[in-house]
Design a protein around this ligand. Structure first.
Ligand code: MG
Length: 353
């Protein structure tokens, strides 16, 4: 068998977890140049941006692997199909764009029957209808193990509305849609009930009264209505990202790309009561779930300070702090007034077990 990359032994390889996902991406993609004037933004934002004449097209892709990103013991296939589409559309909306088309590619092992894949695609279709996108292609292949789903989403946006991660300026307000930490607590609950079921088969899962956090994990939505309200009120975000890895990690992306610092206030971070209750049950600080949980698919954005009155009128948006000079760093202010340095403890796809 040929050795991968001509390496003679395992010792010469750098293990992936040592770099982490973002440094790995930098290392692999950093040397690629740009041949086409139409390439406006490459790697480094929620989606790539291509000039298609009067508008910009945004392109984003996501890979979901069984056992890494989802567990089919509690993830219904229809929900999975739905979520796989939504997580991609979330990145399109994060560019202030409107999604238009998707392609769907899957790898499936022999474990799956035609009816299973029909379930998966029923979820894909439901998301297409809900968000008004066309499914225009993809690829299907057999796989040695489990299920793999890769979706690419396209969207369009006017050249003046495009919003990157890099536009935040000192004194801008930091806003977030909806609430945070719910999907993470939903996941903790599902994992706990799975362990109970595995240790005593026949045990009934205790999921009642937690439909909100379960839905946030299994069937997330993007706040496209809130984005529309921003547009209706003529508020253009200066920077935007979707929260997939956790508030801390994603806010740090905005800070790094914009060359700024930030100050957010713990008591302003929106947390649903069901999230807080489940966090307490698990002995987790609700704030920690909100900061580091991830998979919220809420939108995090910055707006000019003078829009404060305007944005306060819109339901479903919380102002959680403001942008500062880069030299002040990224900080969280506790209810007692203490300053805590924000760190990216979000989910890391390459973390060592
Ligand atoms: Mg994103």
């Amino acid at each position: 068998m040929p050795k991968i990359g001509g390496m003679s032994n395992q010792e010469r390889k750098t293990e992936l977890y040592k770099l982490g996902e973002f440094r790995l991406i930098d290392r692999l993609t950093g040397s690629f140049g740009k041949l086409h004037e139409t390439t406006i933004m490459g790697v480094g934002d929620d989606a790539a941006v291509v000039d298609v004449g009067s508008k910009y097209m945004v392109i984003t892709t996501d890979l979901l692997l069984e056992g890494i990103h989802f567990d089919l013991t509690y993830f219904p296939l229809k929900h999975l199909g739905y979520k796989a589409v939504v997580v991609n559309l979330s990145d399109v909306y994060a560019m202030n764009a409107t999604p238009t088309q998707i392609t769907v590619s899957i790898g499936v092992s022999k474990r799956f029957g035609v009816e299973d894949l029909e379930e998966l695609y029923a979820g894909v279709k439901m998301a297409c209808e809900r968000y008004g996108v066309d499914m225009v292609g993809g690829d299907t292949s057999s796989s040695m193990t489990g299920l793999t789903i890769s979706i690419t989403a396209l969207g369009e946006v006017s050249k003046t509305d495009i919003t990157y991660r890099r536009g935040a300026k000192a004194n801008d307000l930091i806003c977030v849609t909806g609430n945070l930490g719910a999907a993470y607590m939903g996941l903790q609950l599902l994992e706990r009930e799975k362990r109970v079921f595995e240790s005593s088969p026949g045990a009934k899962p205790k999921l009642e009264g937690n439909s909100y956090i379960l839905e946030r994990m299994l069937k997330p939505e993007v706040r496209k209505d809130t984005l529309q309200k921003l547009r209706d009120n003529k508020i253009k975000p200066t920077a935007m990202i979707d929260i997939s890895d956790g508030l801390s990690s994603d806010l740090l992306h905005i800070c790094k790309n914009s060359g700024v610092g930030c100050k957010i206030y713990a008591d302003k971070i929106p947390i649903d009561s069901q999230t807080a209750q489940m966090a307490e049950e698990f002995g987790i600080e609700p704030l920690v779930a909100a900061l580091n949980g991830g998979e919220d698919y809420e939108l995090l954005f910055t707006i000019p300070l003078e829009e404060f009155q305007n944005v306060s009128k819109i339901d479903g948006i919380a102002t959680i702090g403001h942008i500062t000079a880069e030299s002040s760093g990224a900080n969280l202010i506790s209810p007692a007034g203490d300053e805590i340095r924000l760190t990216a403890q979000g989910w890391n796809a390459l973390a060592k077990e």
